[in-house]
Write a protein that binds this ligand. Structure first.
Ligand code: GAR
Length: 209
């Protein structure tokens, strides 16, 4: 099985979904490490409970973004990941970091990209009067929230939705989408080539969860 490392900054519910999926021996990857830039990220404890190496590389211990990321790369590479999954990792990444894991790093974002990159996506979708909302898993490139799309899921916006209600409902869709998208990457159904997502021609990539 391929080796997957997960980067988090917080509670790590998407991380938990990936761990859960990888507990099935037929899943093409295993979670070999969880790293956080925040020592108090709740997800670190959760990962440790599953017996997965879980460590913080705090950005506060470093004066520059470059030095923090160099430390993160050293720590990550000790686990020899084939794929790095960002799961609520809330730090901007430098060109160097993105290059280092080019084609091997994916992210989940809580909107239907290219709509609503950045923060406060639920609030912004509501404000825009959208009737659907969704989440996207994409390859990470230098432009934040702009890499080639691997998979998306949409949900209906309902009357009376608040940003919190919407984000709770979307989170459940994220937890189904992320393992699905990771599987597509791990089994070679989709890969990044010349900055584009290339899908295997057998159509298996279109079967959303
Ligand atoms: C998730 O909703 C994820 O999509 C979002 O942060 C949340 C993390 O929750 N990511 C971003 O906004 C990235 N730009 P989690 O820690 O429970 O997985």
């Amino acid at each position: 099985r391929k080796r997957v490392a997960v980067l988090i900054s917080g509670r790590g519910s998407n991380m938990s979904a990936l761990i859960g999926a990888a507990m099935d021996p037929s899943f093409p990857g295993e979670i070999v490490a969880v790293l956080s830039n925040k020592p108090d990220a709740g997800g670190l404890e959760t990962a440790a409970r599953y017996g997965i190496p879980a460590k913080a590389v705090s950005h506060r211990d470093h004066e520059t973004r470059e030095s923090h990321e160099a430390a993160l790369i050293r720590m990550l590479d000790e686990f020899r990941p084939d794929i790095v999954c960002l799961a609520g990792y809330m730090r901007l990444l430098t060109r160097r970091f993105v290059e280092h894991y080019k084609g091997r790093m994916i992210n989940i974002h809580p909107s239907l990209l290219p709509l609503f990159p950045g923060l406060h996506t639920h609030e912004r979708a509501l404000q825009a009067g959208m009737r659907v909302h969704g989440c996207t898993v994409h390859f990470v490139t230098e432009d934040m929230d702009e890499g080639p799309i691997i998979a998306q899921a949409a949900i209906a916006i309902e009357p009376g939705d608040t940003p919190d209600r919407l984000s709770d409902r979307l989170l459940r869709a994220e937890h189904r989408l992320y393992p699905h998208a990771l599987r597509l990457v791990l089994d070679g159904t989709v890969r990044m080539e010349d900055g584009k997502a290339v899908f295997a021609a057998d159509g298996s990539a279109t079967a959303a969860p």
